[in-house]
Design a protein around this ligand. Structure first.
Ligand SMILES: [Zn+2]
Length: 107
């Protein structure tokens, strides 16, 4: 496929253009703060933040834990985020046709 910013040919599965660094593909359109279903440990809040801010999930968890341990507000913030943040829609796999079209059986 082509980068729609600089027009260079890039890998089909690339998220970033290797030439100009522009974000490409479906990832770019996913900019909603939602609780992740995929990477969740408790409610997916940390994973949701990580996806939204393009951060490493583990980093978000570590920072959140440190805030929770030393600041005390982390757990409360987590519960608030849990309530406030919408859950991302359940992944619906594209259903393949259950049976191939039957070839016409001549009489
Ligand atoms: Zn480019």
């Amino acid at each position: 496929m082509y980068c729609n910013y600089c027009g260079k040919v890039i890998q089909d599965d690339a998220n970033l253009c290797a030439y100009c660094g522009t974000r490409i593909g479906s990832v770019a359109g996913r900019r909603k703060l939602m609780r992740s279903r995929v990477n969740r440990k408790i409610a997916g809040v940390c994973a949701g933040f990580a996806e939204y801010f393009d951060l490493d999930v583990t980093m978000v968890r570590v920072v959140w834990l440190l805030v929770a341990l030393f600041g005390g507000g982390g757990i409360l913030a987590y519960i608030i985020a849990w309530i406030v943040m919408p859950e991302e829609p359940e992944f619906v796999p594209v259903s393949a046709p259950s049976s191939p079209p039957q070839p016409y059986q001549g009489t």
